[in-house]
Design a protein around this ligand. Structure first.
Ligand SMILES: NC(=O)c1ccc[n+]([C@@H]2O[C@H](COP(=O)([O-])OP(=O)(O)OC[C@H]3O[C@@H](n4cnc5c(N)ncnc54)[C@H](OP(=O)(O)O)[C@@H]3O)[C@@H](O)[C@H]2O)c1
Length: 244
């Protein structure tokens, strides 16, 4: 089986690393790609074509993992085939449905957590999603429904919780620090939240501060998509995120 990868960054690199099988051949292209991407491709066990059109020609599955802003254009260019087309970009359910309109056999996909973690989880939805269950041999794959948009929606719902919570964590940790009680702060929370709470929290705080701009944009998109007056905590988290 041939799996074509449109985009070869962290996601594709790790998929190739995780999905090791004699029956699966990954293909991609260096067409118009940066040196970073070419280096990643050269480090990986993949067949390389001069163009993406050539790469997808005999593919059974096409995976789009490039950037949310490129998702629709990529689908328009390469999705009109009999192959299964899986989008793993962080796109909104609205974009997923737009892609479904131009792609024959579309599967809505969402990577939960980091792809370079030990056990990445892939949520899938859509009529064709079940055909990708064989990937369970290599990843943790869950098919949630036949509806395009459900996987992307679930990812947004998760972001509402994790991103807002990260801001609350930063706020309370700052206060604990200013009172000289930061160790005790983690100690008391670990009693109910688990032993690894401190380590996870510090990593979450660090990530949030490092990518506050991207996370603000994601929360803005969420507010726009759900267009709900009830998302008061998200609005407050966004205001705060913008100050970092
Ligand atoms: N990393 C994660 O853990 C994670 C988790 C969930 C979802 N995602 C989503 O997955 C997608 C990929 O993430 P990533 O972390 O792999 O990103 P990345 O490391 O930045 O890599 C993006 C790759 O896509 C290529 N690319 C960009 N535009 C392209 C185009 N028009 N045609 C072909 N290739 C193109 C880039 O090539 P150049 O270097 O030449 O620009 C690069 O190889 C993103 O949409 C992201 O939102 C990532």
């Amino acid at each position: 089986m041939d799996i074509a990868l449109i985009g070869f960054g962290k996601v594709s690199y790790n998929l190739v690393r995780l999905i090791k099988s004699q029956n699966i051949n990954f293909v991609t292209s260096t067409q118009n790609r940066s040196q970073n991407t070419i280096d990643l491709i050269n480090k990986s066990d993949v067949s390389v074509y001069d163009s993406f059109s050539q790469a997808i020609e005999n593919s059974d599955i096409i995976i789009s993992a490039n950037s949310p802003s490129q998702a629709i254009e990529t689908a328009e260019k390469y999705g009109n085939t009999s192959a299964l087309y899986l989008d793993l970009n962080n796109i909104s359910p609205k974009t997923a449905n737009e892609i479904n309109n131009v792609v024959e056999n579309f599967v809505d996909g969402a990577i939960i957590g980091k792809i370079d973690s030990n056990n990445p989880v892939l949520y899938l939805s859509g009529e064709n999603a079940k055909e990708l269950l064989f990937l369970n041999e290599f990843l943790n794959v869950k098919v949630i429904s036949n509806r395009i948009g459900d996987a992307s929606t679930l990812k947004l719902l998760r972001s509402i919780y994790t991103k807002s919570l990260s801001v609350l964590l930063i706020e309370s940790y700052d206060l604990a620090q200013s009172l000289g009680l930061e160790d005790e702060f983690f100690d008391v929370l670990s009693l109910t939240e688990g032993d690894d709470f401190k380590q996870k929290s510090l990593s979450r705080i660090n990530n949030t501060l490092k990518s506050s701009k991207r996370k603000s944009e994601e929360l803005e998109e969420i507010l726009q998509y759900f267009n709900s007056d009830e998302l008061k905590m998200v609005k407050t988290a966004l205001d705060k995120l913008k100050q970092f």
